[in-house]
Design a protein around this ligand. Structure first.
Ligand SMILES: NC(=O)c1ccc[n+]([C@@H]2O[C@H](COP(=O)([O-])OP(=O)(O)OC[C@H]3O[C@@H](n4cnc5c(N)ncnc54)[C@H](O)[C@@H]3O)[C@@H](O)[C@H]2O)c1
Length: 354
């Protein structure tokens, strides 16, 4: 499987080593800056990797006979690059958020299907051990009737973070705290609460980052089709350090609280069913020192497996769309000052500039 990575910035170090480890044939790296390519190879200890380097992804695609590309560029460029590759029959693994508009996400999904190629989205927290255990309890019906799912993402991003690159904290190329930092929490809210949502109501504000046009805090609620309620609070306004990503599930016969920086820890595991209580005995996640968690590795393994078996991919374009659709619905609700029904036919972060 001939693989290339487009975008060699901060998150690229969660891609390249796992592509190598999973047995992808890494043939090329692309970034607008050659220095970024050098830094990535040095920081991952892969300086000797025999790769071609490109600063123009179109030239790379024309010259490299690729089977798959990973896209880790700024969020605003994901859809354009993905569509260019998908239309040429190349499978795509794109970073979250997969796109910044419903229309672009739909075009990516449709093109992948037309071409019969894979479209994967890096929403890696779906593969965390903590997530998988909660999903197992849900699938066993251990919560009974689920009352509500509450998500709180309380992180810190200061001026120096936003100054790292001009795309950060803009409606055109990023979105705010909910779209960039909290999207994994929304993804898990949908996974746990039931993928089908009928209504979303949200309010956003910018309280502590006056130099940004986007939000740094958002709150609201979600109504799932079966009556389950979701509540959320997400922010990048913490002082000096991340506090937590906390997800609480409350059901008539079970309570779970996931905590830690990325909801990777289990703080509360309390069930009526002793067999489900005992599942916790096997919870022994690999240690992580990164806010990204350690599940990009699993994303790559899953992608490779789907490629070899020509089978479906769990973290596919539809999964990616559902998470960004929820964030866009919150933005739309804020703009329109009222509840918004899902599915959303159209909306984009650009719609927030009007
Ligand atoms: N899954 C996660 O947990 C996670 C974590 C962090 C970031 N991300 C996502 O990854 C993406 C990148 O984030 P980052 O922090 O690495 O950003 P970054 O700014 O550090 O890196 C982006 C890189 O892409 C390059 N680039 C931009 N346009 C390009 C183009 N047309 N061709 C080639 N290279 C191009 C830039 O030069 C830069 O080096 C974002 O969409 C972000 O939301 C995901």
């Amino acid at each position: 499987m001939r693989y290339a990575l487009i975008g060699c910035g901060r998150i690229a170090a969660q891609h390249l080593p796992f592509a190598v480890e999973s047995g992808f044939e890494v043939v090329a790296l692309c970034d607008l800056s050659e220095c970024a390519i050098d830094s990535l190879l040095a920081s991952t200890g892969l300086e000797r990797l025999p790769v071609q380097r490109f600063t123009d992804y179109k030239e790379m695609v024309e010259r490299s006979a690729l089977d798959v590309v990973a896209i880790a560029t700024d969020s605003g460029s994901h859809s354009e690059i993905a569509l260019y590759c998908l239309k040429r029959g190349i499978s795509v693994l794109v970073e979250k958020p997969m796109a910044l508009s419903i229309e672009d996400a739909d075009a990516m999904i449709a093109t992948a299907e037309e071409q019969g190629v894979l479209l994967g989205v890096c929403q890696q927290n779906r593969l965390n051990d903590s997530t998988l255990l909660v999903k197992e309890a849900l699938d066993r019906g251990a919560f009974g009737t689920l009352s509500h799912v509450s998500v709180q993402v309380r992180w810190w991003r200061d001026k120096s973070y936003y100054e790292q690159a001009p795309w950060r904290g803009t409606w055109e190329r990023d979105g705010g705290a909910l779209m960039n930092q909290c999207i994994h929490g929304f993804d898990l809210m949908r996974l746990f609460g039931g993928e089908e949502i009928i209504e979303v109501s949200g309010h956003i504000a910018n309280r502590t980052h006056p130099y940004l046009e986007v939000e740094d805090v958002g709150v609201g609620y979600v109504r799932f089709a079966d009556g389950t309620i979701g509540t959320f609070e997400g922010t990048t306004s913490l002082y000096e350090r991340n506090l937590e990503e906390r997800i609480t599930l409350i059901g008539e016969s079970g309570t779970v609280v996931l905590a830690g920086e990325s909801a990777q820890d289990i703080e509360v595991w309390h069930f009526k069913d002793p067999e489900v209580m005992a599942l916790l005995d096997h919870f022994n996640p690999p240690p992580t020192d990164s806010v990204y968690g350690n599940s990009h590795r699993r994303v790559y393994h899953l992608f490779k497996e789907a490629w070899e078996k020509k089978g479906p991919l769990a973290l596919d374009g539809r999964c990616g769309k559902r998470a960004m659709e929820l964030v866009l619905a919150i933005y739309k609700s804020h703009r329109e000052r009222g509840p918004v029904s899902l599915p959303l036919d159209s909306f984009s972060t650009e719609g927030m500039r009007l």
